[in-house]
Design a protein around this ligand. Structure first.
Ligand SMILES: [Fe+2]
Length: 641
């Protein structure tokens, strides 16, 4: 048995992943345990959880992999700061102590931290223990880790690979090819030219938090006009035919300091950055639309180029920018790849999974049997579930986190004397579907927690998408956030094409497609004339809560084999209402990491206006619950994103 632990840490979204004999056994982000969003510290809790899933101790591991090369990153920082000296010197000095203390001494640090895994709290004792570990420590290249996370778990035997993010060591994007267990990187774009950092610059400029508010910019884009595209292209950057960028660094300051843009940028775009939490105006919407248009153009060019260069018919993607599901939808429709697969933990958390699989396949040379190949072998016997061909990648639906048994849940509920009703597994889907059809909003906690930023029906809040008020209610009374974003639909895989312009799997909510014409409702002239966000409250389709103002939706397709209970709930809802779609949003409030334990779920349920909480087979009615006593105002606990 070969056990490999992958780790990503110290930048953004720390995570751990355990691979045993090539199988992904567990993966989780540290934020879910510490309750600190995007926690960047060493993922001690995530490591503990991963090892417990396989009943291993830290000294049973054979390999530990870290997702990038700290020395190369340091080299990049040093060179960049020197290039821009003295402008960059102050931020260099600020960053230096952390580098000296932690990042450059990574091997020692990792050994010491893993010395704490089995409960050793004393730093010196942990260090001593760490030194005794016999596993081998390996470091991967940042974009190689992303590429490995994109290709190895994909269903494809061979595929082109595209990785795009802010920056790793030097690369900001790379194109490669995967075949069997081999990955070859063909080309890379280097810092400071970066699509991810460009998008982040506009995230900052429109008043959202960098490395976390990017999806808000994407959500805002449909309200705007692409007014700034020409000035961006004239002054800020050049987009070449292969999708590579040449950015004009007179306008950006991320190389020198901690701000993304500078005064020249403000002057060019006619004003200061929006103050976070201040009113969003048409200007931010136009800026969002403009940068989204450019991003789509770049991604289409990059993927077309990857298609040309590799001659392959499938595409895999990872890196933070691969979470831009609007651009991904266009790639699927407009680039001549037959199929695309995107790593659900596309950001840096997925690097932990990438490095672990890279050690298994590349370093140790173990063969890889893709599910595509397996299917060919089994095609004669493979059952077609409800008329849809089987689909399988190695991610297990991304349900790779902790599960809490019914016994654990009942112990928790009884110890707190919380009233609940227990149902049989057989009756459960119908009970939940009836509540949904009655307009109730339900916190759903069941099965293993998702790995990656999206809730996929294991830690989700669900509701009826047909209700015109559902969107506003969920946004204001549950998520406590701006109401400009519609929610995502979870739809039965078998029915997706009846409701959306998509006839493919989108298991990780990473593709956007339109609601089909026949289910749309045309807006009246008065409704069309409504200003930006007001438009969102107009009923635009049979499923208004999940239909954006441009009729698009961020789709999750659900299969019985990957999430049986979730599929059965939606199916029961369809039996009742004729609609095979539910609203799915992550189980958290704004700024809070997605819930992990039954306790997290209960707390979030009680702090918001959710009506029911499902903990495996136990259902809690809000009306029956005692008041939640809290000493502090929880709304101040989470940093807004
Ligand atoms: Fe990255």
């Amino acid at each position: 048995m070969v056990s490999i632990l992958g780790i990503s840490a110290f930048y953004h979204d720390s995570a751990a992943c355990l691979v045993v004999d090539g199988e992904i056994v567990a993966a989780a982000q540290e934020e879910r345990f510490t309750r600190v969003k995007h926690d960047h510290n060493f993922p001690l809790n995530a490591v503990r959880y991963c090892l417990s899933e396989a009943k291993l101790h830290a000294n049973n591991l054979d390999y530990v992999g870290f997702y990038d090369k700290p020395l190369l990153k340091f080299d990049r920082l040093l060179e960049t700061y020197l290039d821009y000296a003295p402008a960059g010197f102050s931020s260099f000095l600020k960053a230096l102590p952390l580098w000296m203390k932690e990042k450059l001494w990574m091997p020692d640090l990792i050994r010491t931290e893993l010395g704490k895994v089995d409960g050793e709290e004393d730093e010196r004792a942990a260090k001593k223990l760490g030194k005794k570990f016999e596993w081998k420590l390996l470091f991967g290249d940042h974009h190689e880790s992303h590429a490995a996370s994109a290709f190895y778990p994909s269903p494809f035997e061979e595929a082109a690979i595209l990785t795009i993010d802010g920056v790793g060591e030097w690369a900001t994007s790379s194109i490669g090819a995967g075949k069997g267990n081999e990955i070859t990187l063909l080309k890379e774009l280097r810092f400071p030219n970066s699509l991810g950092l460009l998008y982040s610059a506009f995230t900052y400029y429109t008043g959202f938090r960098v490395n976390s508010g990017e999806y808000k910019v994407m959500g805002l884009a449909p309200y705007g006009e692409p007014k700034y595209v020409s000035v961006i292209k004239d002054k800020l950057l050049e987009v070449r035919d292969d999708g590579s960028l040449k950015m004009n660094h007179e306008y950006f300051s991320y190389s020198q300091g901690l701000r993304m843009t500078n005064h020249a940028f403000d002057k060019l775009l006619g004003g200061h950055p929006r103050k976070p939490e201040s009113r969003i105006t048409q200007r931010e919407m136009d800026l969002a639309r403009s940068i989204q248009v450019i991003t789509e153009e770049v991604m289409l060019k990059m993927t077309k180029y990857a298609h040309q260069e590799t001659g392959m018919s499938k595409l895999c993607m990872a890196g933070g920018v691969a979470l831009n599901c609007v651009a991904n939808g266009r790639v699927l429709r407009e680039v001549p790849f037959e199929d695309i697969w995107i790593q659900p933990a596309a950001g840096d958390a997925g690097g932990a999974l990438g490095i672990a699989l890279a050690i298994w396949h590349r370093y140790l040379g173990n063969a890889r049997v893709s599910s595509e190949k397996m299917e060919k072998w089994q095609s004669a016997r493979a059952p077609r579930t409800n008329g849809v061909a089987p689909y399988a990648d190695a991610m297990k639906g991304s349900y790779l986190g902790p599960r809490h048994s019914e016994a654990e849940i009942e112990t928790f509920l009884q110890s707190r004397q919380l009233p609940y009703r227990k149902y049989s597994r057989k009756d459960l889907p119908e009970v939940i579907a009836n509540l949904l059809a009655a307009g109730k909003i339900i916190g759903l906690h069941q099965g293993r927690m998702e790995f990656g930023p999206r809730a996929l029906g294991a830690r989700s809040i669900i509701g009826d998408p047909r209700s015109p008020e559902m969107q506003a209610v969920m946004n204001l009374k549950i998520k406590y956030r701006e109401s400009f974003r519609p929610f995502a639909p979870s739809v039965l895989r078998e029915q997706v094409a009846d409701w959306f312009d998509l006839n493919a799997d989108s298991p990780y909510m990473l593709l956007v497609a339109d609601v089909v014409e026949s289910r749309r409702r045309k807006m009246t002239v008065e409704e069309e004339a409504l200003w930006g966000i007001d438009k969102l409250n107009v009923k635009r389709s049979e499923i208004p809560a999940v239909t954006h103002v441009d009729y698009s939706a961020r789709i999750q397709t659900v299969r019985h084999e990957t999430n049986p209970l979730y599929w059965e709930i939606i199916e029961a809802f369809q039996q009742k209402t004729g609609c095979p779609v539910v609203v799915n949003t992550s189980f958290n409030v704004r700024g809070e990491p997605i819930v992990c334990t039954p306790e997290d779920s209960y707390r979030c349920f009680m702090r918001t206006e959710m009506d029911y909480l499902v903990l495996e087979t136990c259902i809690l009615d809000k009306n029956d619950q005692p008041t939640l006593e809290e000493n502090t105002d929880w709304k101040t606990q989470f940093k807004l994103d």
